[in-house]
Write a protein that binds this ligand. Sequence first.
Ligand code: ATP
Ligand code: MG
Length: 743
Amino acid sequence: MNPHGLLAHLNPSQQAAVSSFADTLAILAGPGSGKTHTLTSRTAWLLAQGLQPWNVIVATFTVKAAREMKERIGKLIGNGMESKLVLGTFHSIARRYLARYGHLIDIKKDFGIADSADSLAIIKRIIKKNNFIIDAKITRSRISGKKSRGARYRDKENENTSGAKTVEAQEFDICYAEYEEALKRSNLLDYDDLLLRCVDLLRYHPSCVSNVEAVLIDEFQDTNIVQFDLMRLFAAHRKRVTIVGDPDQSIYGFRAAEVKNYKRLLKMYPETVTIALEENYRSSGAILLTSLNIIEQDSSRVAKSLLATHAVGTRPVLRRLCDAHKEAEWIITEIQRIKGLTGELLDLNDFAILLRSSALSRLIESALGKAGIAYRMVGGLRFYDRLEVKTILDYLRVINQPDNNDALARIINVPSRRIGESTIKSLLEEADESKITLWSLILGFVQGKKSAKTKLPKQTDQGLSRFVNIILTARGKLTAPEEERMTMPELIKFILLKTDYETWLEEHHSDIHKARWANVEELITQATDFQDLVSCSYEDESLPQIDGLDQDEGPDHLSRFLANVALASEVKNDEGTATAQVTISTIHAAKGLEWPVVFIPATYQGSIPHSRAEDTNEERRLLYVAMTRAKALLYMSYPVKNSQSELTTLSPFLCATSLAPLLDQRGPSFRSSTVQTMAQILRRALPSATSISKSSAFVVSMEDDIFPLNGEENKDEKTSRWNSMAGNPSFTMGQQAPKRRRV
Ligand code: ATP
Ligand code: MG
C-alpha cells in the first residue's frame, strides 16, 4: 500500500491529520468536513506505516457507521486486512474483550447481553413483585444514567446522605439492587455493564491490551465518561490516540455524553495536536448557510469556521401543512415529483425522512405504503423485537445460557405446555426464594430430584420434560466435536422442528402467520450469512494472545451470534436489500450519514425542541445534525395541528428573522427547470471521482475549479508536502488553502 496514494484526494488539513506523527491528535470540525473520511484514511495510513491491524482499535458509535468505516478502510488498503482491525462500536469492542478475558474478573464466558427491552422486562417484574409505585421506564433510564456516569449501585453516589429518603428513592434503591442481582443470577450484562466491566478488566489486567499501538475514535463528542476511560485504558501502553468530533453535533447529553471529554483529553495528553477542517464537502451552500445560521443561535457555543465547497443551490423549503396526514402526503408527493424530475440521477435510496422521535413515523409509513414506495426503518421497531423472531432468539438465549430467567419465562409456554402466566410467576418466585435460577428449579423436578412447591397440572409434566429435552439436546449439539456440531441455521431449524413452531404460528396468528413465518425465514438467512462469515474468519483472532492468560476454548458461535443481534440495536433490519428504499430514521440514528434529499417533518415547538427535553441547546444541535445530513435538497415541514389536534407553532429555532430570506416558505417551489439545473451540476463529477458510485457523485465539489482533487496534477507538490510533514511531526495547517466559496 502506497501512503502517498492515501493522501492524494485529501485537502491539506486532512493530509496533515492523516499523516501526523503526533501521538495524540484531535480533529475538531463541522459536519461534512471529512472527519470520518480522515479517520479512515489515518487508520489506513497507520497500517501503511507498518502497524498490524490487530494492534489498532477503531471505535465508533453505531453499528452502521462501524460497518461503513470497515468498508472504506478496506477500499483504501485493498488487501483485506481491515477485517483484522479491532473495529466496532464501543459496546461490541468491550464485548469482545469480555468474551475473551472476562474470566479474569469472574465473568462467565457464556454471559448473555440484556438489551434494553430485557432490562425493562426485569425492572417491570421487580416493580410488580414488590408492589412499587415507581415507573419502570424512568427507573431503567435512571439506572442507565448512573451507570453511564460510571457509578455502581454500591457507590456513594447512590447513598442519600441528606436525611430521610422519599418512598420513590427507597423503591429505586431496592429496584436497582434487585436488578443487579437478577442480571447476575441470569449471567447477563446490560449495555452499560459491557463498558463498565471492560473498564474493570483493563484496570486490573492491563496486559490484555499490551499489544495496542493506536486507538482511533469517531464522534468523540458523544462519548461518556466510561467510554473515555475505556479509550484511555486501551491506549495505556502506547498513548497513541486520534479522536474526531464536533461539539456542535453533541446529541447524547441525555445519555451522559460529555463534551468535557475534550478538555479531559487535553489534560491527560498535554501534547495533543489539534487540527481543524474547514471545508464542507457534503451540502449545497444554501443548506450549509441555513444550518450554520441555526447553530449560531447558541451563544454559548465556540464559533468555528465552515466553508461550502459546493454551489449555493436551492434554498431549503419550510412548509406548513394543515395536519400531519397532509404533511405525510406532501412528503410522498415531493419524493415522487423530485424523482420524476431528476430521472435516473436519483433512486429511492437517495431520500431520507428524519424524525425527532420514532412515534412520528406511523403516518409517514402508511402514506409511503399506500403510494407503493419501498422504505426501510432505522431505529424504529427492530426486526429482532418482533414476536416470532424474539421467541426464536429466546430459545437460542436459553440454549446458550439456561440461567437466563427472563428468556426462559417467555418461552416456557410457547408453544403451549399448559403452563399459565400465574404458574410461571409462582415458579419464578419459588426460584427467587430458593436463590436458584428458574432453569435449575425445573431441571430439578423434571429429573425427579426435587419436587416443586408450585403445583403443576399433571399434563404439564410431559410438556416440560420435552422442553428441557430440546434445550439439553441443542446444548449437546453445540459442544459436540466439530464434525457433529450444529451450525447456526441448523440450530434454528432444530428448534422450529421440535416445537412445531410453524403450526403454532398458524393456529395462533392465522391472519398474519405468513408474514411472521417470513420473518423466521429471514432470521435463518441471517444465521446462514453469519455462519458463512465465521467459517472464513474468526474475528476474535485479532485480539492479543497472552501467554497463560488466554483460556479461550475456541469460537463460540452461538454467543457471538446473539451478541451481534443484541448489539445491532440501531441497525436497520433489512440491510443489504437490493431494492432501492426511502430511509425513515430517527435523527439520532442518522448521525454521521448523508443523503441527497432530506425531509425533516414536525418541526414545531414541542416536537423539536421536544416537550420533554431538558436541554434546548441539545435540541437545536439535533436539528442542526438533521439539516446537515442533506447534500442537495432539504425540506422541513410542520402541521398546523399536532396529533392531539392542538394548534402548533413553528419551532423557535426556525423563527429567527435572519432565517426568513434563507428559507423558501412559499411551498414546493422547485420547478422542473430548477431541479434539472441542479441535477446537471450534481452529475458533473470531477475527473478523480469517476469511480465514485452514482449516488455519491453528490459528494464531490460541484465546480471543477474549486479544489484540485486530481492527484496526478499535483503529485510532486503533494509528495514533497508529505515528506515535509513526515519530518515535522507538529505540522498542522497553513498549507496552500484550497480555493473555496464563502457562504
Ligand atoms: P459528520 O460530522 O456529519 O460525521 P464528517 O466530517 O465525518 O461529517 P464525512 O462523512 O467524512 O464528514 O465526509 C462528508 C462527505 O464529504 C463524504 O461523502 C466524503 O466522502 C466527502 N469528502 C470528505 N473529504 C473530501 C475531500 N477532500 N474531497 C472531496 N470529498 C470529500
Ligand atoms: Mg462523520
